[in-house]
Design a protein around this ligand. Structure first.
Ligand SMILES: [Zn+2]
Length: 166
């Protein structure tokens, strides 16, 4: 039987503030990563910062190519870097995207593409993994948070490929 522990409002508020600070730091890391983007064709630069459950941060930027299909998004760059480092447990990713040269006051709306959402679904718990979308280049506290399941409901999952084994 689980003991019922009364909620301490001050402790709860402090924890929420700490989580908010951690998320804002992740958005700030994504904003810095955006400066590394290689986007000579779209002129739309994106940075991502992926936090693993052990607290490490892996950054990514979009890397375009003259043969467009060879382009890689910032989110997948961050994921593949982490996977190559042997890390497979993640809790959140921040995404910051805007036209190159956008002024700091520009309002942002950059959401992961479908391919990147599918890559997230491969490694992350859809009910806990959080996607943070920046709404400002200068204020990392100004962001939206979504659980992966909200962004990719009914995802194609690895279990489907193993159905015949049962
Ligand atoms: Zn993408």
């Amino acid at each position: 039987m689980t003991a019922i522990v009364p909620q301490d409002a001050a402790t709860t508020a402090k924890a929420e503030t700490a989580a908010g600070t951690r998320n804002s730091e992740l958005v700030a890391a994504a904003t810095r990563a955006r400066q590394k983007a290689y986007a000579p064709y779209s002129l739309y630069t994106v940075g991502a910062a992926l936090r693993s459950t052990d607290g490490r941060i892996f950054i990514g930027c979009n890397v375009e190519n003259a043969a467009f299909s060879a382009t890689n998004c910032a989110e997948r760059t961050a994921f593949f870097t982490a996977i190559a480092e042997g890390v497979r447990d993640f809790e959140a990713i921040a995404v910051v995207g805007a036209p190159a040269g956008a002024s700091p006051g520009t309002r942002l709306s950059c959401s992961p593409c479908g391919v990147c959402r599918q890559v997230m679904a491969e490694f992350c718990d859809p009910d806990h993994f959080t996607v943070l979308l920046a709404r400002s280049l200068e204020t990392p506290e100004d962001h939206q948070a979504f659980f992966l399941r909200e962004l990719l409901p009914q995802a194609f999952a690895g279990e489907a490929t193993r159905e015949l084994e049962r």
